[in-house]
Design a protein around this ligand. Structure first.
Ligand SMILES: [Mg+2]
Length: 214
């Protein structure tokens, strides 16, 4: 059972945000991390296994090696991951009028490493790491609060999962302009596609404003 006891909502509007490739750069530093290990990612399709190959002969590595590279990357994330442009200005400003919770798809054992990195950046918002569907967790995070809620993620399946469990949630599809994201499944129709947090912020404020007092 995912522990949500550290999350204290104030009843203000709520922003639930993914972390990788939404708050922190992921695909770009992960590719640099692979290169440092004699591997590279060939964005031939929307999957890692089969597309992570050895630099010298481009032979794909096994799923186990891919999984280990991901776990090692999360273990060393402090050395590789940096915030997305506009996050450090847009998010603290939004947090003046909203609660923020990070909902990250990452093995929970790396929670402390990610917490440290986010804290160093001044992003002290509570964080939950899950490997299960995000919709049920987002619903539990919101609990009985009725204030407007927004969910931001770069992955279609996460947006769809939250749409199912929080039907009144504003869904924002925010992803870096990477080759791999270009091949990703398209977000659900109900999601608005935004370029970055500077683009997202006024849309979030409008959603909050239009629902306050409703
Ligand atoms: Mg992500």
């Amino acid at each position: 059972m995912t522990d949500l006891s550290h999350i204290r909502l104030t009843g203000r509007p709520l922003i639930i945000s993914d972390v990788d490739d939404v708050i922190l750069e992921f695909i770009e530093p992960y590719q640099r991390f692979l290169n440092a290990r004699g591997l590279k990612f060939l964005p031939r399709s929307f999957r890692l296994t089969g597309n992570v190959v050895r630099v010298e002969d481009e032979t794909p590595v096994s799923e186990d090696v891919v999984q280990k590279s991901l776990h090692d990357f999360f273990d060393e994330q402090h050395a590789w991951q940096t915030p997305f442009e506009h996050v450090m200005t847009a998010l603290p400003a939004l947090a003046e009028e909203a609660d923020v919770v990070f909902l990250t798809a990452m093995p929970p054992k790396f929670t402390d490493k990610r917490r440290l990195l986010l804290d160093e950046l001044g992003l002290h918002f509570p964080m939950v790491a899950v490997e299960t569907a995000k919709g049920p967790i987002a619903s539990m995070i919101r609990d009985r609060h009725t204030a407007p809620v927004v969910f931001v993620d770069d992955m279609a399946h996460n947006l769809a999962s939250v749409a199912e469990h929080l039907p009144d949630c504003l869904l924002l599809s925010l992803a870096p302009p990477s080759a791999v994201h270009a091949m990703a499944p398209k977000p659900p129709q109900s999601a608005r596609i935004v370029r970055d947090w500077a683009d997202a912020a006024p849309i979030i404020r409008t959603h909050f404003g239009s629902r306050i007092g409703a």
